[in-house]
Design a protein around this ligand. Sequence first.
Ligand code: SF4
Length: 197
Amino acid sequence: MSVSENKRRPRIATVWLAGCSGCHMSFLDLDEWLFELAKLADVVYSPVADVKEYPENVDAVLVEGAVANEDNLELIRKVRARTKAVVSFGDCAVTGNVTALRNPLGDPENVLKRAYIEEANTGGRIPSDHPLVPKLLPKVLPVHQVVKVDAFLWGCPPDAARIRAVLEKLLGVEKPAEVDAINPAAGQETAKTKDGE
Ligand code: SF4
């Protein structure tokens, strides 16, 4: 899988769904190689860039985080429709990981009540009462259970060397030694185990 056959410069993106941003911190750990990346491709959307709308015609995207609320759901569907290669970026995207710890507790309202009403010192209020806060989905889902995923980059977070290997593979820079960094079978298997299905 490479997006380097395009006649134009490759257009890549990173997306932040329900995750802690640690995967993006690891992306920033690419340090000076980010300058090399800027020579190889245009970064057209990312939480570290001031772009409001996910654009059309994206060649590859790294998606951090699971799908936990209605905003995540809307964004990942848009991302899938507008992107050639979707990479599940980090364990929350690949399996649900920390984000999915609420799943065994059932209805998300129980979790919200516990955290924001029962444990509140004073004036408890569930934040989803506010119209700007997206409604939680009944269950947190790894990305591949919502849309088709083309590659899985596991790790919590994946380290910068493996992120670079995947980006180089996508951009056709070189054949990475860590081929297993983009092993769909490994990702699917992990997700299955996590969900107990
Ligand atoms: S995989 Fe780890 S570092 Fe990445 S968003 Fe999830 S908890 Fe954070």
